[in-house]
Design a binder for this molecule. Structure first.
Ligand SMILES: Nc1ncnc2c1ncn2[C@@H]1O[C@H](COP(=O)(O)OP(=O)(O)OP(=O)(O)O)[C@@H](O)[C@H]1O
Ligand SMILES: [Mg+2]
Length: 271
């Protein structure tokens, strides 16, 4: 049947003063699945990701990754366990090539220091060679092969997004979170991104995907969770969610926004 639960979220709550941004959220995420998270602006989607990445400590609730609690751990411990997210704004290291940027992503996880490389110990040299080979494979994977040695400052916005993904993958994540990855991309870039995310999941990585572009999200997601005012109001396959009355109401009847079957006939759904 389905893969084991990788991330188990129960009763997750985040309060900012009087505002409840995320309220009593229960959600299971499995290895190799693409779980879409949708909801109107301010629904609590990014706040949820912030808690899952260890950037915000929840007000209440539990988070278990591979059966182990994440509560109280520092942010770097979330990354060390393989929880990764891409940011809305790309933050590459300028004056470095595409390939070097990806290798930096590895070094933070391997934790090997510059002096070891300089000292030229055989293990360090070997590690460096392995890292270079893996970086090359990742450059190819995201389709930036031709730009491998280019300075990152010369990349387009969309290429920067692909680099960000390659850097995330360099750390060998088990869970990857994408917060509006299609924003600002051309339709050709969206198609490529969609294929990359699909392949990431096929490698057994759990994918959490926030996206306002419903065509993009509904075609990719195995399951979708819908947040509204911090609460999960629906969960199911894309087709189930599109047909859900509470979801339609949350979008104020804007059926086009969720690609409702009423407006998008025969839309790709994935059962
Ligand atoms: N650090 C913070 N301090 C106070 N309020 C916050 C903070 N972060 C988020 N909020 C509030 O929490 C609510 C949820 O915000 P969040 O960014 O999670 O929404 P979202 O679903 O990601 O929305 P969008 O689709 O617009 O990105 C909003 O009302 C927001 O203003
Ligand atoms: Mg957001």
């Amino acid at each position: 049947m389905s893969a084991a639960i990788l991330l188990q979220i129960a009763g997750l709550t985040m309060r900012f003063g009087g505002l409840v941004a995320v309220a009593d959220l229960d959600l299971d995420v499995r290895a190799g699945e693409i779980l879409g998270v949708i909801g109107p602006n301010g629904a609590g989607k990014s706040t949820t990701f912030n808690m899952l990445a260890g950037a915000l400590a929840p007000t209440a609730g539990t988070l278990a990754f591979d059966g182990e609690s994440l509560l109280g751990l520092p942010t770097h411990a979330f990354a060390a366990r393989g929880i990764m997210r891409t940011f809305q704004h790309n933050k590459p290291f300028n004056s470095m090539s595409v390939r070097e940027n990806i290798m930096v992503g590895m070094h933070t996880r391997i934790g090997h220091s510059l002096w070891r490389v300089l000292a030229g110990t055989s293990r360090a040299v070997q590690t460096e060679r392995d890292a270079a080979q893996r970086a090359d494979a990742l450059v190819e994977f995201v389709g930036l092969g031709e730009w491998r040695d280019a300075d990152v400052s010369t990349l387009s916005f969309g290429q920067g997004r692909l680099l960000e993904i390659a850097r995330g993958l360099a750390a060998e994540p088990r869970l990857m979170m994408f917060d509006e990855p299609a924003a600002g991309l051309t339709s050709a870039e969206c198609d490529r991104l969609s294929e990359i995310i699909r392949q990431i999941a096929q490698r057994g990585i759990a994918v959490l995907l926030i996206e306002h572009d419903m065509r993009f999200l509904m075609a990719l997601a195995d399951r979708v969770a819908v947040l509204d005012f911090g609460r999960k109001i629906a969960q199911g396959t894309p087709a189930e969610v599109r047909a859900n009355a509470a979801v339609v109401a949350a979008y104020l009847g804007d059926l086009g926004a969720i690609g409702s079957a009423n407006t998008v006939k025969g839309a790709a759904g994935g059962a």
